[in-house]
Design a protein around this ligand. Structure first.
Ligand code: ATP
Length: 303
């Protein structure tokens, strides 16, 4: 079943086309990551899908209806970047209060467990640390037991351990059959958490597929090696995409460290050997999603 459907949505702010014609369908139970550089249009897209802003043109449907309908709002939870909670409330009171706006709700204890705030239930919101506030924001997003959850850069205030724990809770919530769409700058998170990754650049969707497809799109691996083969000769090897001198590393006499990008690293290494050149301290690394994304963005820019 389609939970979210957006057709050619656009949002213009003055001269800025923040969202520039995005089509999107998210089906029940999917976990979708939205990636993109600063200002790409991720937040605006989420706001349009939530019905917090009206598109300049195009349509959004959530559960088949406009997203600002009460029947839809009762099934949607959101963790936005600027959630303001009255500082005088206790954590448990805030969860209870938000839950009241929903037709169904999770028990407060369950929310506190899922947000890892059980020991803070009586603390005032104003006393919470940045990471605890972030977790409270997650708790408030799930308080109404929503069927679909939007998370806009949910892990910005969390440290590495906090992020790991946070995604574990999100996965736990997703396992209840929920649909989740989140934006992030941490591409490793999208790779680890999402079934599907959308890459937004300058308000447009430039990639939509499983994380593996995004990686496969730029399957190049990175070879690092010290060699005496000149850079131009390296560039001439079939299958080499990019070559750069690695000037930060000191190589043994007569050699220089180079970084070579290629989707056929074995052949490249074989060619260096066939040329009778030396290979020292060779490593080959997979391209992570971050590198794939940087490349996609770059291609989007130059297109
Ligand atoms: P970030 O990763 O930095 O949060 P983003 O991908 O979420 O960025 P948006 O916040 O959606 O991007 O912004 C997209 C573009 O629209 C930017 O150029 C931004 O300056 C502009 N923009 C966003 N909100 C407004 C607004 N209320 N008024 C005017 N321009 C806006």
């Amino acid at each position: 079943m389609d939970v979210i459907e957006a057709v050619q949505i656009r949002k213009r702010y003055g001269d800025v086309e923040a969202v520039d014609g995005i089509d999107l369908v998210v089906t029940e139970g999917e976990i979708v990551a939205v990636l993109g550089p600063n200002g790409a249009g991720k937040t605006t897209t989420i706001e349009l899908l939530l019905g917090l802003r009206l598109p300049t043109s195009g349509t959004v449907r959530v559960f088949g209806q406009p997203p600002d309908r009460p029947a839809v709002r009762g099934r949607v939870g959101a963790m936005l970047q600027d959630t303001a909670v009255p500082e005088g409330l206790t954590v448990a009171e805030a969860v209870r209060l938000v839950g009241r706006y929903y037709p169904y709700r999770l028990p407060v204890d369950d929310v506190l467990t899922r947000a890892e705030l059980t020991d803070k239930r009586r603390a005032r919101v104003g006393e919470l640390s940045g990471g605890q506030l972030q977790r409270l924001s997650f708790g408030l997003a799930i308080a109404g037991d929503p069927d679909v959850l939007f998370l806009d850069e949910p892990t910005v205030a969390l440290d590495v351990e906090g992020r790991r724990a946070f995604w574990e809770q999100v996965r736990g919530f997703a396992s209840l059959g929920k649909t989740i769409l989140f934006s992030t700058h941490y591409l490793a998170e999208a790779d680890a958490v999402a079934d599907r990754v959308l890459v937004i650049h300058r308000g447009r969707l430039i990639q939509d597929g499983p994380p593996a497809a995004l990686k496969a799109l730029v399957a190049a691996r990175t070879i690092r090696v010290a060699t005496d083969l000149p850079l131009d000769d390296l560039r001439a090897i079939a299958g080499v995409d990019q070559v750069a001198a690695d000037v930060d590393r000191t190589a043994p006499a007569g050699l220089q460290y180079v970084t070579v990008r290629s989707s056929r690293p074995e052949e490249v290494v074989a060619q260096i050997s066939i040329a009778g050149c030396r290979l020292h301290d060779l490593t080959v690394e997979d391209t992570d999603l971050e590198a794939a994304f940087v490349r996609l963005t770059h291609e989007g820019t130059s297109a």
